[in-house]
Design a protein around this ligand. Structure first.
Ligand SMILES: [Zn+2]
Length: 474
């Protein structure tokens, strides 16, 4: 049944799939490229959703729902948009035996259909800002699908806003990126680089794309969230106009932004180890598992009673492991693989000492804790664990970030070492493409937190104003 887990050292990609498998998060669907999210994996998504939904609503956005299908003519309206998405669009041309008059696209993202509707909803400056969010599934054809990271169908939220001024829209795009950054760092415990995408990496149809880039344990970058300043590109083609206070008719300024089930992929790859999943306490479906240990019926009764009492005293999602058919070791390994942050063991020895043993999943540290102190201890240690997962990931990110001005060294870093390389770039798409061709590294972000610094492009030697972050990416 259990084929175990390949080590990260041996094969990182296989390790990732093994962790998903043994933790029971997801599996491949009968439809190639699609994923079945199993209950334990979906519980993580629900925790992400619940927290993020509340935060998004705090910004004034309201949830709505738009159709899964987009008439092809709508998608074609914005030239860059269709050019960017066409290769991965699923097109419905026939229903039953009848050809459709106009093909329908299964949404790869919803700008076009939502803005067609915004044009009807928005008449005057009083209708602005319009702030809409939807939780939905979308479909993009993937040639090389990977569970959670790239699947043909995935779940996400997409926010769409319309504003009276450029300044307001720009502010919104940055506000949401900051919201995402805060969420990813404090809940997923993953440190990120926030910045701007280059022209060639930005969202098709956007003026600017802001991004969050995280480093996985194999040194590759994973884009975790994006927020786009759309300017008036879509407003102009969809005629999203409003009558302003000055009596003038104007086009709105727009933003769109989203994060997806990919966050779960990031979560797995950032923290887990060769024993299985490691989850940050704030998003773990179960915070604690209580495992009673017994040798005979009399002991069993006593430890069960104690386990129930401890469970009752904790105001947390937890499980009490009472199965009789499994050995203690088997139970231990099963919960370890599932990444439950804390394990509480109660056996006759502990009972006699009026104590329990508490074990941390991330470090394996064990502590004997007096019964009356368990609740306080658990709360404290979960908080500590959340923070220490973040600092461990941050340390890893720093240790695997390099700065260089030499092309040879650049190539070596990308090839032999892992991680991010901070290097100068002249701003030309041609250089960017050449670097990608030669090293497979792309510009992940032009980071915000970077002093302007004069230098020379790592490839062509032409002047550059600041360093950008290069990495191989998922
Ligand atoms: Zn250059």
């Amino acid at each position: 049944m259990d084929k175990g887990i390949t080590t990260r050292q041996k094969n990182y990609n296989q390790w990732y799939l093994d962790v998903i498998n043994v933790a029971g998060l997801a599996e491949h669907a009968p439809v190639k490229g699609c994923m079945i999210i199993k209950p334990y994996g979906f519980a993580i998504w629900e925790n992400i959703q619940k927290t993020l939904d509340a935060k998004i609503k705090e910004t004034g956005a309201k949830n709505a729902y738009f159709p899964l299908f987009i008439p092809q003519s709508l998608l074609k309206k914005e030239a860059q948009h269709i050019q960017g998405f066409a290769p991965e669009c699923l097109v419905i041309t026939q229903v039953g035996k009848k050809k459709l008059k106009e093909p329908l696209i299964v949404r790869p993202t919803s700008e076009t259909i939502i803005y067609e509707v915004f044009a009807k909803w928005i008449k005057s400056y009083r209708d602005l800002p319009l702030l809409i969010n939807q939780w939905a599934n979308i479909a993009r054809w993937e040639l090389r699908p990977r569970l959670f990271l790239r699947t043909i169908e995935f779940l996400w939220q997409e926010g769409h806003t319309a504003h009276a001024t450029e300044k307001e829209a720009e502010k919104k795009a940055r506000e949401i990126l900051e919201l995402y950054r805060n969420f990813v760092e404090s809940y997923l415990a993953i440190p990120v680089i926030a910045g701007e995408k280059t022209e060639s990496e930005k969202f098709p149809g956007a003026v600017t794309t802001y991004t969050l880039e995280a480093m996985m344990q194999d040194g590759k970058a994973l884009q975790l969230g994006t927020s786009h300043m759309l300017g008036q590109n879509f407003a102009k083609v969809f005629e999203v106009k409003f009558l302003d206070k000055d009596g003038q008719e104007k086009y709105v300024w727009q933003t769109s932004w989203g994060v997806s089930t990919r966050l779960i992929g990031g979560l797995i790859m950032a923290h887990s180890d060769d024993k299985g999943l490691v989850l940050p306490p704030k998003l773990a479906p179960l915070s604690v598992v209580i495992i009673p240990i017994w040798a005979n019926k009399k002991e069993q009764k006593a430890v069960f009673t104690k386990a129930d009492a401890i469970a009752k005293s904790l105001d947390l999602n937890l499980a009490v492991e009472k199965r009789e058919e499994l050995t203690f070791g088997a139970k231990h390994f099963e919960w370890e693989k599932k990444g439950v942050p804390l394990r509480i063991e109660i056996g006759p020895k502990e009972l006699a000492k009026k104590s329990v043993v508490i074990v941390r999943r991330d470090t394996g540290e064990k502590e004997l804790v007096k019964e009356e102190k368990v609740a306080v201890f658990v709360e404290k240690i979960l908080d500590k664990m959340q923070k220490s997962l973040f600092s461990k990931a941050l340390r890893f990110q720093k240790e695997n970030s390099h700065t260089t001005d030499s092309w040879k060294e650049f190539k070596d870093f990308i090839k032999k070492d892992r991680g991010f390389v901070y290097a100068h770039w002249c701003g030309k798409a041609l250089c960017e493409a050449e670097i990608k061709k030669e090293t497979k590294a792309t510009i992940r972000a032009i980071p915000f937190a970077q002093k302007s610094e004069k230098g020379k492009c790592i490839l062509c030697g032409k002047p550059s104003k600041q360093r950008v972050v290069f990495a191989k990416a998922y």
